[in-house]
Write a protein that binds this ligand. Structure first.
Ligand code: HEC
Ligand code: HEC
Ligand code: HEC
Ligand code: HEC
Ligand code: HEC
Ligand code: HEC
Length: 259
């Protein structure tokens, strides 16, 4: 009992220090970003070096229209900020942002101030879609974007496109396995119910298999600290999906102490 209370405290301290530290290493992320900035990514591999302002990509608007799978599997965007090494030339060829920002699916790089709409870091660009009016009707949550995205989709506030013609290949239709109960190492912690169905709706299978998870129950073993560190469930939770601070949204199933 004593040991677990101590390790819970260690984890809380780790969480607090990580939320404080993350402000210094990520341009877009502060201690606790406000709802409208949560999930924003500043992309700057080449911009500043070419006398352009870095690019600000917002997840909240894009995830209200498309699945994670479409961008991160079919369009091959990296699940790490600045990992894709996007160039203007690739965009013009219809890759990355240019798969949509081509003047058809969405505005393209057609002069007329369009450069600044993407290269907006540090500028006072007026967005066409503003967070608060756009999300006013959405069901709320406490953390992250302050939106319960699962309920928002279920209640029909969002229609998610999962394919883009010419970009999405044929794929094998697979059924998601049923819910798993994941048991934390600390018995005092409520257990986690992992819903394959809810995840597959957004992520398909490819964003989790074969990396970071094997298609095998209880494998690999991972810890809460690794999640906080951005691994396993933390690949998405804490960056784009609701953050790790929202303990009760994962640890939902009360445990009866076996000892
Ligand atoms: C739909 C969004 C979008 C629009 C519109 C856009 N860009 Fe970019 N651009 C990007 C992204 C993303 C990168 C990669 C940024 C990085 O890594 O620094 C990039 C990179 C660049 C670079 C870096 C070097 C290179 O050649 O790739 C230059 C220069 C550039 N853009 C110029 C422009 C100009 C000029 C316009 C307007 C005609 C424009 N961009 C419009 C998204 C956009
Ligand atoms: C319209 C395309 C698009 C959609 C939809 C999308 N993403 Fe992304 N995502 C991106 C881009 C672009 C980046 C930045 C990649 C880069 O910098 O190379 C990114 C980055 C990320 C990162 C890394 C962030 C960081 O700070 O390191 C995560 C995690 C992520 N996305 C998860 C998701 C999840 C989960 C969803 C669905 C809820 C989603 N994305 C939907 C385009 C998208
Ligand atoms: C799968 C399609 C898709 C991809 C990929 C995509 N976008 Fe978009 N984006 C859209 C759509 C649709 C809109 C909404 C356009 C509108 O409201 O007119 C949009 C809007 C935007 C806006 C305007 C926000 C506003 O309200 O003014 C910016 C900035 C933007 N995207 C940047 C990017 C950047 C940067 C990338 C690549 C890193 C990217 N997008 C990739 C579809 C996409
Ligand atoms: C968000 C991440 C995620 C997504 C998306 C995902 N999985 Fe999984 N999958 C897991 C995790 C975590 C486990 C291990 C679960 C456990 O320990 O019980 C797992 C285990 C499995 C297993 C073995 C255990 C079992 O219950 O049979 C199969 C089979 C599987 N996944 C198939 C799929 C298929 C098919 C899809 C797409 C329809 C998919 N997964 C999408 C995370 C994911
Ligand atoms: C590839 C990205 C990704 C990974 C990895 C991932 N999730 Fe999620 N998860 C999501 C998305 C997207 C949602 C939708 C809600 C949101 O984005 O805030 C979600 C929602 C959830 C929900 C909310 C269900 C509800 O009914 O409200 C729980 C619980 C959850 N995830 C637990 C986990 C656990 C536990 C793991 C690790 C075993 C995990 N997730 C791994 C993307 C991911
Ligand atoms: C995204 C889902 C998610 C969130 C949010 C989350 N946890 Fe966990 N937690 C897990 C999973 C999955 C495990 C099981 C890891 C394993 O297999 O042992 C776990 C395990 C634990 C453990 C057991 C020790 C260990 O490393 O296994 C503790 C203690 C814990 N979590 C505390 C917390 C606290 C405190 C919070 C909130 C500040 C929190 N968790 C938020 C998913 C989550």
């Amino acid at each position: 009992m004593k040991k677990s209370v101590i390790s819970l405290m260690v984890i809380f301290v780790a969480i607090i220090s990580i939320t404080l530290l993350s402000g210094s290493s990520h341009g877009a992320r502060k201690k606790r970003p406000p709802h409208h900035e949560y999930g924003n990514v500043v992309i700057d591999n080449f911009s500043r070096g070419n006398k352009m302002s870095p690019v600000v990509f917002n997840h909240w608007l894009h995830r209200a229209k498309y699945t994670c799978r479409l961008c991160h599997a079919d369009l091959k965007f990296s699940l790490k900020a600045n990992g894709s090494k996007i160039t203007e030339e690739a965009n013009k060829k219809g890759l990355f942002c240019g798969a949509c920002h081509n003047g058809k699916e969405a505005f393209g790089p057609d002069g007329k101030g369009s450069c600044d709409r993407c290269h907006s870091y540090g500028k006072n660009e007026q967005a066409k879609n503003e967070f608060y009016p756009f999300t006013r009707q959405f069901p709320r949550a406490r953390f992250g974007n302050g939106i319960n995205w699962i309920t928002a989709e279920k209640e029909g506030h969002l229609t998610l496109k999962d394919t883009l013609s010419g970009k999405s290949g044929k794929r094998e239709q697979r059924t998601a396995p049923g819910d798993s109960v994941i048991k934390p190492d600390e018995q005092e912690m409520p257990q986690i119910i992992f819903s394959h169905e809810k995840h597959a709706l957004w992520n398909g299978c490819d964003l989790c298999h074969p990396e970071p998870f094997q298609e095998k129950k209880g494998s690999p073993k991972f810890t809460m600290e690794e999640i906080i560190d951005g691994k396993f469930c933390g690949t998405c939770h804490g960056k784009v999906s609701f953050p790790v601070l929202d303990c009760q949204r994962c640890h939902t199933k009360p445990t009866i102490l076996e000892r």
